[in-house]
Design a protein around this ligand. Sequence first.
Ligand code: HEC
Length: 154
Amino acid sequence: MRHVTTSILLLTLIAFGIFSCGPGDSGDNGNNEESGLSEFEQQHGIGPIDEPMDIPESIDMDKVEQGRQLYRSRCSSCHRMDQRHVGPPLGQVTESRSPEWIMNFTLNPGDNIRNHPVGQNLLREYLTEMPQQNVDKDQTRAILEYLRYQAQDG
Ligand code: HEC
């Protein structure tokens, strides 16, 4: 008899445990319990950009030229503008991803490939890990400007 009571108690505890950790239980601290990512990271990737960027509407042509050079030497071996290569095409990436995501992914590919669901999906599709690139924040910002220019002019 005592056994039965204990079993029922255990079952109740287990059931509670399962249901209280369900996907609906996201809490309100901005952290997703499953991925451990903040709400900002879920939307914009993991990396040094952790708040919304202030980007003027107009394109800065000096940055575009700097970005063009950098892109040619560091990125174009794996990325085409309009078709899949080693990595995804980037000609319209500013349409599908936020500037913060593009910056974070470029500055910190490894973390995003391993720990971000969007990065994990990209790796599943492209099967090559984008290596850490030797670019700093300013250089990446210039590449972003070049990609914005590409998306606009095709
Ligand atoms: C050695 C190949 C390689 C190089 C060089 C490379 N990438 Fe990548 N990149 C990839 C691959 C492959 C992916 C897809 C994710 C994965 O599998 O790692 C990717 C993904 C990306 C993404 C995410 C696209 C999306 O849809 O979210 C961005 C942004 C990106 N790369 C930017 C760059 C920039 C900018 C450079 C140059 C500074 C660069 N990459 C250099 C291979 C490369």
